[in-house]
Design a protein around this ligand. Structure first.
Ligand code: GAR
Length: 210
């Protein structure tokens, strides 16, 4: 898992993994922010965490190769982005094409990017929500695995709406990942269609870890 912040989604997934309802195990957290809440959560839950070098930039990793190396050393099959606030590039995206999943706090394609809940609130939408999707080389884009809607109430503040969107994320993420990891699916255009297909395809061990 890659994370930058508080780690509440990490914790929801760790809880699902502990009960066997994630469809896989959660092996390691790679974090770009020393001091982030997610690191304390990982320590408390006994899950390995690392803070590989990030380099000079704020919105991307200057060199993705130490991050890739950490994944390969641990034979990681799927990367989950849970509040990871940097854009990724080919070094990580190419080897993990189809094997990287993100959660975003809006009903994509509405409100991609930073402060999605605030964007939706200020726009005045009556319904927002959250999206789990495969990662492509574009911000908060890629085939959608699952979405959940959250109604915006008349008297909502940004804080009350934020709390409900986060609750919806925590409820959506683990079942969405379980489905993606364990059920058949295929890509049709830009749709991820469940019910038929190979589902998650892992590369040959040499290619994945060589
Ligand atoms: C979550 O709301 C997640 O959807 C969002 O960051 C938050 C992380 O919270 N991600 C993005 O906005 C990505 N574009 P958490 O650290 O408590 O899981």
């Amino acid at each position: 898992m890659f994370a930058s912040g508080n780690g509440s989604n990490f914790e929801a997934l760790a809880a699902a993994a502990a009960t066997g309802s994630l469809g896989g195990s959660l092996e390691v957290v790679l974090c770009d922010q020393p001091g982030a809440g997610v690191l304390a959560r990982a320590a408390r839950l006994g899950i390995e965490s690392l803070t590989p070098p990030t380099g000079r930039f704020r919105s991307k990793l200057e060199d993705e190769s130490p991050w890739l190396a950490a994944l390969r050393e641990r034979r990681i099959d799927v990367v989950v982005l849970a509040g990871f606030m940097r854009r990724l590039h080919a070094t990580l995206l190419t080897p993990f094409a189809g094997r990287m999943v993100n959660i975003h706090p809006s009903l994509l394609p509405a409100f991609p990017g930073l402060d999605a809940i605030g964007q939706a609130y200020r726009h005045g939408v009556r319904v927002t929500g959250c999206t789990v999707h495969l990662v492509e080389d574009a911000i908060d884009a890629g085939p959608i695995v699952a979405q959940a809607a959250v109604a915006v109430h008349e008297h909502d503040t940004l804080e009350s709406l934020t709390a409900r969107v986060h609750e919806a994320e925590h409820a959506l993420f683990a079942p969405a990942l379980r489905r993606y990891l364990t059920e058949p699916w295929h890509i049709d255009g830009r749709r991820l269609v469940f019910g038929a297909g190979e589902g998650l395809v892992l590369p040959e061990p040499e290619a994945a870890h060589g």
